[in-house]
Each structure stands twice: as C-alpha cells, then as structure tokens.
Design a protein around this ligand. Sequence first.
Ligand SMILES: [Zn+2]
Length: 580
Amino acid sequence: MAGLIPQDFIDDLIARADIVEVVGRRVQLKKAGREFKACCPFHDEKTPSFTLSPAKGFYHCFGCGAHGTAIGFLMEFDHLSFVEAIESLASSMGVDVPRSESDQPARRYDELFSLLDTVARHWQKCLKETPAAVEYLRNRGIDGSTAKRFGIGYAPDGWSNVLDKFGKSEEATERLLATGLIIRKDNGKHYDRFRERIMFPIRDLRGRTIGFGGRTMGDGEPKYLNSPETVLFHKGRELYGMYEARQALRHIDRLVVVEGYMDTIALARNGIDYAVATLGTATTIEHLNRLFRLTENVYFSFDGDRAGRKAAWRALENALPQVREGRQIRFVFLPEAHDPDSYVNEHGADAFVQQLDSSLPLSQFLINELASQVDMETIDGRAKLAEMARPLVNRLPAGVYRELLIEGLAEAVGLAASKLNKIIAGGTTHERSRYSGAVTAKKRPSTLGGGKPSIVRRAITLLLNCPAAGVDLDLGKLAGVNRPGVDLLAALIETVQSEPNITTAGLLERWRHDDKGRHLGKLAAAEIPVDEEFDTAAELAECLQQLAVARRKERIDFLIEKQTVTGLTDDERSELRQQR
Ligand SMILES: [Zn+2]
C-alpha cells in the first residue's frame, strides 16, 4: 500500500537519508576521493568494485551491475519490500512514517480485511450446505481437509445473496464495492459479482483474505473469475498459495509457479506443498521479487501447450535480471494436454517431482527456444540466433551465470565464447535492424552498455547526475520532438522544475514503479567526465537546442517534400516561409 505514504515524505526522506551510513552499517566501506568503495555484498569478489556516491545518494557495482538508492539497498540487502524499506529507513532516522489523512485509511483497510474474511467464512458454510458443490470438489480430488486448509467455499446462485446479507447500510455497500464483491450498474443498483461458483480465497502472506477466485461448476462463462484490482488486491503482485506454503513448510527449499489455483491445490493435496499460482496474469518482476525473498529455487511449470510455452517465455524474460549465483530458475514442460492438476492426479506426486528434477535450467530453455526459431543448419541461422540472444543476455547481470550462458550459446552457434562475447557487448540494446549479420557486426566503443549514446540519452544521463542543472531548461524546445525516450526526458525535467531540491536518488525512486524507469539506474551510474569547469546546465541546454534544431530541420524537409508531391495548405506554406 505504497500509495498511503505521501510522496513528499518519501522524497524528503530520501533527500535526507545518508546512504553512507545506511550502507556503512552493513558493509565495510573505504573512502576513495569523493566516493566510497567496498567489496560488493551482492556478488563474490576480492577487489572492491562496489562504489558509493554520497552526492548522488546512489551505489553502483561495476562487477555485477547492482545499483540503487538507500531504499534499494535496504530492499536488496535486508530483503524488504518497498514500504518496509521506507519504514526501516525512517525509523533509523528517528522519523515516524505519516499515513495520509491521519490513520483513517488504515482503519478503513482493517474494515475491508474483516469484511472479506467474514464473506469467506460465509461461503465456507454455504459449501457445507450444498451437496452438489461438495460432490463436485470430491470428483476433482479435493477432500474436506484440503478444502478447509485453502478455505474453499461456495457462492450460491442468486444476484444479491452477498448484497442482502452484508450490504445493509450505505457504508456497508460501499465496502462491498471497494472489495469487488459487488458490481454497480449504470442505474446505481448493485448485484453480486460471484454467483454459483466454487470460491477460493486469495490470502496475503499474513493470511488475510485480499480477494477471491471463483470457478464455475458447469459450463458457465467465464470458467474462472477473479476479484478485480482493489486497494487490497493487486494481481501483478500476488501469488495464490504463498501463505499456505509458508504455513505448511518451515523452510521453503523451492517454489513451483503454476498457472491456476486448481493446480496449486491438486499439488498440495498430493503432498507437494510448495506450488503457487499467478492469478490470470503473466509472471511479473514483482512476483519474482516475492518468490526470491522466500527461496533460492524457483520452477515454472506451465501447461504443455503453446500458450503455456509463451507464458514460460514471458517469465524467462522477466527473470533474467534476477539471475544471480546461488539462484536456480528452471522450467518444467509437462506432456502436451496436461496441466499440473491433471498430471499429478493421473501420475502421482513422485512423477511430478521427477519432472521437476529433470526440468530445463533457464539457460537451456533460452537456447532451445531461440534455436527452434532459426535454421541451425546454416551459418545465417546461427548468426540470427546470436543476434536474437543479444538483448536477452544483456539483461543478465554480469557474473558467472552470464558467462556460462554465453558459453552455452557459443557452443550452440559454433563460435568461440570470446568472439560471441564481443558480439553481445558490441550491440545496442535497442535493436535497429532485425538481422544484419550478427557474426560480422563490428564492436563499437561501449558506453552505457553499448552503442553511441543518443542526445536524449545523454540529456537524461546529465540530468540524473545533476538534477539541479535542469531547473532553468526551456521545456518548449522539446515540443514536437519525436524520438525514443523524449517523453521520459520531459517528465524528468518537469519533476526537477517543480521540485528543485530533488536528488538523483529521489528521481530514481519516483520512477521505481514505472516501466520506463527501468534503465534510469544504469544511466545514473554512468560516469560523466567532469572537471571543475564542466557546466552541466549549459551542456543540457545544448542537448535540448540540438533536438529542437533537428526537429525543425525534419519539419522543413517534410514540408518541402510535401510541396512537390501534394502541395501545401495555406497554413503550411506560411509555416515553411517562417521556418526558413
Ligand atoms: Zn557486485
């Protein structure tokens, strides 16, 4: 519930936090000029490549690529969530974390939790009173004790069972709406979301019900229906069965990610207590963070069909940045037409565990999948594989694992690992041409991970390194400029101008939850060759000026071309006269 903590409090906390103290309390630091150095706590090393810049409020490891702010460090090092890291940092600084509007929302959340819990228990009671539903579960191999353990219930037929029972006042109705248990019609009337369904409460790690999944017993559509996103329930973050796994196991050796709650339950009933399910979404980076907070070994077991393979690939892409030594990420592909539920019921737990033990490591899955898309018999095909692997390999942090993957790839394409390494290091992350003969691609001087930095990229780097330098920039220069990253640049400038005291770390934290912000950390870590004379503000203004000039030139070229092809409108004609 990050939204509960006011943003200006977070900004202020980060600006005032002393990253040297936060890190120094956990890692031995050595002063080196204006910065500090240490042996990196996130990978194994003998010579320090972990650097800390107090001015930027930012750390960066040149060995494994780990980087972040004081908040990020606490999250990684102490295995905390974002909110927990904020709380930890605040308490170490002797500050209380304010919650917006005093503690109103906290109390409101408690009410919502308790409502969901009451409804869950009500549906459990309904299940016991509905022989057809019990029979249905039994036929699916779910006995009474499993149903109890997962809190399975039954929502009877009818449009207003929940509404009538739990929505007797206006506030009560609002709460039902806020938890997604009822739906509001256009005419302002309400009706129950879940009708005639087997109900699976979705619980957070503390065991509180935060939402529900409902499955029809017959042919009704949709077969599975989940609670909508609410203040308590975020599909991209939650994994079904996490709480139950934690209850069942003292130490979690491994977790298996499956696609549906029936898979989780079927496996649990067969004694495999460590399966968790995504809730109708792809595996997200947040899911992975949660998984790796509990265990080092994560297995993905999706359906054997095409959709399952696609889901597995999505999971692989998101897992790449999470790969570290000591962590295992593996992929299980069951025989086609099987999901974990049907497989374990037909073949038993031992067979499923065998599938886990003979699963594909991430590297092998990656190579197999790419190889299946090209003709490996030809040089062209193998070159294409190298090309396709490049952006994926570049998402891996440096380290032993990355080297092993490159070795595996080199073997597959029949190249020396050192040569392939050069190809991978030489490419830009934003692939321009799909295939331009990767094997002959020339190595370019590598800055910020490859490629000649664009003006936009340079401007963002400068701004991150010295946010104050952006305060007087003329944002109007970016009007009409259409290049990758320009929206992000404009948003960063706007933020800096509305909050002139924001630090590098503050900017990074603002974009933590934003997809576009993923690369900002890397740019913030980039060294800019600065001497005392270097004027970042002037340099930034120059970047914007260049973008504006290029945009004007493009516009003139366009108008001239249009003039000869279709002719110009009056407005365009006068525009062209002025531009020239
Ligand atoms: Zn490192």
